[in-house]
Design a protein around this ligand. Structure first.
Ligand code: 13P
Ligand code: SF4
Length: 332
C-alpha cells in the first residue's frame, strides 16, 4: 500500500524531531528510496558513507543501506550506536564469500536460471584462498561481512579499487568478492589479480548486451555510464565506468545533456534532482536492488523509536576489520 503525501509529511516531521532528541545522524546510500534519501543528512556511495561514519560526532548513526554498510559504520565508530532500520537488508554478493562455513548463495539456482557457475565450491572460504596463495594480500571490496574484512589486508570500494591495488608492494593480489570489479582493476594495473567468483544480482544477472544495444538505439545521443560491477563486455561498451558518486560527478561536469545509467535505479533520483537540465535513462528497468528498497520512511521512524536494529561488531572481529578499512581510508 502506498503512503499518502500527508502521511509522508507526518513521518518526516516525527523523524526530524526524534533525530534531535537522540542526537542522531541519518546516512543513506545512493540506492535508497527517494523519500529516504531526502530525509538523510548525508547521501553517498560506500566510500563517502564510510568516511562520514568514521568522523561523525553524533551519538546515533541511522544507516539506511544494507547490512555490510552498517557493520562498517560500527567498525569505524565503535562508541556510536549504529541502527540498521531493516535487519534483513543484506547484500547477496557480500554473502558469496565467508570467513567460516558455506556461502549461502544458491549455486544450483544460478546455474539453472542464468548459466552462471561458481569456480569455488560452497565450502571454500577466504581462509582457503589465503592458504592456497600464501603471502598474497587480500583486497576486500567493502561489500563483504566484517568477519571477511577481518581476514583481509585492505578494503576497497568501487571508486578506489585501482588505487588500493596499486598501493600494495606485492605483484599479485587476491580481490574478493566481485569478479567484475576484479576484472575492472586487473585491466588497469600490471599486477596479477586473482579474482573471487562473486557477482551482484542487479549489475551482473539482470543485465545483458541486449540492454546496451536497445538503450543505444533508443537514445543515440546519450553517454553510457556504468558501474564496475557490470560484466566486462558491458564495461567495454561504456563511455565511462565509475562508482555511484563518481557517476554524479561525471554527469554534473559533463557538457553532454543525456545519459544512460548502468547502475541501481535509486541513483536516478539524485542525478535528476542535481541536474535539472539533463536527461537520465536507466540501462535496464530490472536494475532494482530489493535489499536497498526494503527501507521505507516508516522503517526509519521505527528504528529511531525502538532503537532497532543495533549493529555491533565484537572487538575480536572489529579490530582486525578496522585495520583493513583504515588502511583503505588512509590511501584513498
Ligand atoms: P558504490 O560504492 O558505488 O555506491 O556501490 C555500492 C554497491 O553496493 C554497488 O552495488
Ligand atoms: Fe549488493 Fe548488488 Fe544490492 Fe549493491 S546492488 S547492495 S552489490 S546486491
Amino acid at each position: 500500500m502506498s503512503t499518502s503525501p500527508a502521511e509522508l509529511s507526518a513521518l518526516r516531521e516525527r523523524i526530524l524531531t526524534l533525530k534531535k532528541d537522540l542526537n542522531a545522524i541519518i546516512l543513506a546510500h545512493n540506492y535508497q528510496r527517494p523519500e529516504v534519501q531526502d530525509i538523510a543528512d548525508i547521501t553517498g556511495d560506500s566510500l563517502e558513507l564510510s568516511r562520514a561514519a568514521a568522523r561523525t560526532d553524533f551519538k546515533v548513526i541511522v544507516f539506511c543501506g544494507v547490512h555490510f554498510m552498517a557493520e562498517s559504520a560500527s567498525i569505524l565508530s565503535p562508541d556510536k550506536t549504529v541502527l540498521l532500520p531493516e535487519i534483513d537488508a543484506g547484500c547477496p554478493m557480500a554473502d558469496m564469500v565467508t570467513a567460516e562455513g558455506p556461502r549461502t548463495t544458491k549455486r544450483d539456482l544460478f546455474q539453472e536460471l542464468y548459466g552462471i557457475t561458481f569456480q569455488f565450491p560452497d565450502t571454500y572460504t577466504i581462509k582457503d584462498i589465503k592458504r592456497q596463495h600464501p603471502g598474497v594480500p587480500v583486497v576486500a571490496y567493502v561489500n563483504t561481512s566484517a568477519a571477511v574484512k577481518a581476514e583481509s589486508d585492505i578494503c576497497c570500494t568501487s571508486s578506489n579499487v585501482v588505487k588500493v591495488v596499486e598501493s600494495l608492494k606485492e605483484d599479485t593480489v587476491i580481490c574478493i568478492p566481485d569478479r567484475n570489479l576484479s576484472a575492472f582493476a586487473a585491466k588497469r594495473t600490471k599486477k596479477k589479480v586473482i579474482a573471487w567468483d562473486g557477482f551482484c544480482n542487479v549489475h551482473h544477472v539482470q543485465l545483458s548486451m541486449n540492454d546496451v544495444v536497445q538503450a543505444r538505439a533508443g537514445y543515440p545521443k546519450a553517454l553510457l555510464v556504468v558501474h564496475p560491477e557490470c560484466p566486462p563486455e558491458i564495461q567495454d561498451k561504456a563511455d565511462h565506468i565509475t562508482s555511484t558518486s563518481g557517476m554524479l560527478t561525471f554527469c554534473r561536469e559533463s557538457k553532454e545533456k543525456e545519459f544512460i545509467i548502468g547502475t541501481e535505479e535509486g541513483l536516478l533520483h539524485r542525478l535528476r534532482k542535481e541536474n535539472p537540465g539533463k536527461t537520465f535513462h536507466i540501462l535496464s528497468r530490472k536494475m532494482v536492488c530489493p535489499n536497498m528498497k526494503r527501507t521505507h520512511l516508516s522503517s526509519v521512524l521505527a528504528a529511531m523509536e525502538k532503537m532497532q536494529y543495533v549493529i555491533k561488531v565484537p572487538d575480536e572481529i572489529r579490530i582486525p576489520a578496522k585495520r583493513a578499512l583504515d588502511r583503505m581510508l588512509e590511501i584513498a
